[in-house]
Design a protein around this ligand. Structure first.
Ligand code: FPP
Length: 242
């Protein structure tokens, strides 16, 4: 299998650089996260307009709890505000929202907001927007494997039935295609525990743009980069394969 894709079906984004953006502006980190939230809204619209099916964004990692409590509190407030304010508009724009991650760590108001947002937008067939919150790739795989182990203990699954597909069906992203393209802003070149299983064959695009500055031109640059990639999924190019 070798493809020269023109447009990705699924884009994942590590939205990095809010803190540095704020520092550059002489503002508190909270202002960077607020500007990051605005950039996310713009990006959702731009991605939807380009006919991409699925967007998965890393909003809060399981490691982010270790940031100063004032920053964690601000991020949680931003998240709750977005749940209260932005879901109606996303729904009008036919966006289907889904949250991936370990949600029991959040307070009842946020958990309820996530549940209501998912229920309200469940039947929308436009952009599928996955927001990773309290998400960690290792934790996700561990959670999936533990569920399968429990099924074996209960006698409803045999060890040889622990296949790649069986694991995929237990991941938070169950039913979604793997990301075709990862965009990471902010200049760092790493995955940071994001979608580790799902990104086995994802094309990676790194940009120095800080997340709050990310706009349609950056998105189009990432899409242009993607369109030049030859995806081989571990095989040889078609001509050598013949
Ligand atoms: C990384 O920048 C960004 C985050 C940890 C938070 C991402 C959050 C948003 C974009 C806000 C909007 C989200 C929702 C769901 C409303 P950083 O703080 O690590 O930046 P730095 O590397 O420059 O310090």
């Amino acid at each position: 299998m070798s493809q020269s894709p023109s447009i990705p079906r699924h884009i994942a984004i590590v939205m990095d650089g809010n803190g540095r953006w704020a520092k550059n502006q002489g503002k508190p980190r909270s202002a960077g996260h607020q500007a990051g939230s605005d950039a996310l809204k713009r990006t959702v619209e731009a991605v939807g307009r380009r006919g991409i099916d699925t967007l998965t964004v890393y909003a809060f990692s399981s490691e982010n709890w270790h940031r100063p409590s004032v920053e964690v509190k601000h991020l949680l407030e931003l998240f709750l505000n977005a749940l209260n304010r932005d879901v109606a508009e996303l729904d009008q724009n036919n966006v289907a929202l889904r949250f991936i991650g370990h949600r029991m760590a959040f307070n009842a108001a946020i958990r309820d907001g996530m549940r209501r947002a998912e229920a309200k937008t469940l039947n929308n067939d436009g952009l599928c927007l996955n927001v990773a919150v309290n998400y960690g790739g290792h934790a996700e795989i561990t959670h999936a494997v533990r569920q399968l182990a429990q099924e074996i203990t209960q006698g409803v699954l045999r060890p040889e039935q622990v296949t790649e597909q069986a694991i995929e069906e237990k991941l938070y992203t169950q039913g979604l295609p793997a990301p075709d393209l990862l965009i990471r802003t902010g200049g760092e070149k790493r995955l940071s525990n994001f979608l580790l299983w799902q990104m086995a064959y994802t094309e990676l695009h790194f940009t120095d743009t800080l997340w709050p500055d990310f706009g349609a031109e950056d998105l189009d640059a990432a899409l242009a980069d993607f369109s030049c990639r030859q995806r081989r999924f571990g095989t040889l190019p078609q001509v050598e394969n013949a």
